[in-house]
Design a protein around this ligand. Structure first.
Ligand code: SDX
Length: 391
């Protein structure tokens, strides 16, 4: 009856939907996309193929892959009028603020003729988003630093093209470093989907009203921005900067702060709602980090040293052991991104770019099944009925 609801703040024990996209066993540290383990995908697949898998449910044949990759390439450009959206922002605006705005703005370009009940139209919307996100992400960076935007180069693959748009400029030729491109593709893959996390749930909730998919993705970007979620990768690097060096006292000081209930500080890149074991993505990320920094001759990178020592000390500390707090996907990603030359304020934008396929796959799954508008209830804690005072 009215008022008798299950009270589950933070949705710790509530399944909000059925989904066949991603499976997580948090106790065992397992992550499967459409049944395939993330470690195997990271080793053998690539981001565009993973997009196909998440969206359509099966790995593509060679012909299906080529066709899908070509379709994604066809959609990499954004409407020239979007440039005007960028110009409305201050140069120093956070790129996540710009991204929320311009992705929401895409709804204005693809709204009136969009019929989301048609599978083909949902597919084209998904492809448009996957294709345009790197373009928009790179435009955020170029706008920040005052350089001209680069048009996408469709002779390059997904990650290469993103790096070209980020770092190329009209004054000099730009050769994409293959080590950077491989690492970038790996980072995109490791962030592609993670079932009903806060931003994906936001996209589903917004989508359950029948809203335009580009606007729904913009809602997801907003939810991702917080430091407890996607903003953690930026926060990790800021934290490592603040720690300063790998001396025992310095690191211990930050560990002690994280344990102190009177201090709001948390160890960034540590802990997870679902994983009570190693985040399997963090394992791959750490290996990738060692690989990339090794190949670049940066194995002695001071921040990598601090991160490793911090991880070691935390994993031996009773506080972290009792609460089963382990490094998550964001702990090592920032060090790789920094080595590639990506500025810290772009880290969460890169997460958003990669997660777009997860968001739109969940949106598509929901719209193509029978669904109802999401409408949680509440436990009312306000006044009981009272009369408005009259004179
Ligand atoms: C992502 O959900 C997803 O799938 C997200 C994600 C994805 O791919 O979409 O995996 C991406 O968001 C990764 C998480 C990035 N965030 C951070 O790294 C920020 C630091 N971590 C946290 O603030 C925290 O661990 C969360 C937000 C990730 C999880 O929060 P929960 O599930 O609400 O856990 P909790 O706050 O209830 O923690 C349980 C206990 C608490 O202590 P007690 O009150 O029981 O004594 O563990 C403590 C917490 O205070 N704790 C930490 C901690 N994380 C949890 N203490 C110190 N440092 C931490 N990082």
């Amino acid at each position: 009856s009215e008022g008798l609801f299950t009270y589950d703040p933070g949705f710790v024990a509530t399944a909000s939907c059925e989904s066949g996209i991603t499976y997580i066993d948090g106790a065992a540290g397992v992550l499967l996309h459409r049944g395939y383990p993330i470690g195997q995908l990271a080793e053998n697949s690539n981001y565009v193929e993973l997009c196909y898998l998440l969206l359509f449910g099966e790995l593509p044949s060679k012909a299906q892959y080529d066709d899908f990759a070509a379709t994604v390439r066809n959609h990499t450009m954004v409407h020239e009028q979007l440039v005007n959206f960028f110009k409305g922002f201050r140069r120093d605006a956070h790129p996540m603020a710009i991204l929320c705005g311009v992705v929401g703005g895409l709804a204005a370009f693809y709204h009136d003729n969009l019929d989301i009940t048609k599978e083909e139209e949902r597919r084209v919307s998904a492809v448009r988003l996957i294709a345009k996100m790197p373009t928009l992400a790179a435009m955020c960076h170029k706008y920040n630093i005052g350089q001209p935007f680069n048009y996408p180069r469709n002779d390059l693959d997904y990650a290469e093209n993103f790096l070209y748009m980020m770092f190329g400029n009209p004054c000099e030729s730009y050769e994409v470093n293959p080590v950077f491109a491989k690492a970038m593709d790996r980072i995109f893959m490791l962030h592609a989907d993670h079932e009903q996390n806060a931003s994906t749930s936001t996209v589903r909730l917004a989508g359950s009203t029948g809203a335009n998919p580009f606007a729904c993705i913009s809602a997801g970007i907003a939810a991702l921005w917080g430091p407890a979620h996607g903003g953690a990768n930026e926060a990790v690097l800021n934290m490592l900067d603040e720690i300063g060096d790998e001396s025992e006292e310095n690191i211990q000081r930050f560990i002690d702060r994280a344990k102190d209930k009177d201090d709001p500080f948390k160890l960034m890149g540590f802990g997870h709602r679902v994983y009570r074991n190693f985040d399997p993505r963090a394992k791959v990320m750490k290996e990738t980090c060692d690989e990339v920094l090794g190949e670049l001759g940066l194995a002695d990178d001071p921040q990598l040293k601090i991160a490793k020592r911090l991880e070691q000390i935390a994993l031996e500390d009773d506080y972290f052991i009792e609460r089963k707090l382990y490094p998550n996907v964001d702990f090592y990603s920032g060090i790789i991104l920094k080595a590639i030359g990506i500025p810290t304020n772009m880290f969460t934008v890169i997460f958003a770019t990669a997660r777009t396929i997860g968001w739109i796959s969940h949106w598509n799954e929901m719209i193509s099944s029978s669904y109802r508008i999401s409408r949680p209830r509440q436990l009312y804690t306000g006044h009981s009925k009272r009369d408005y005072p009259t004179k």
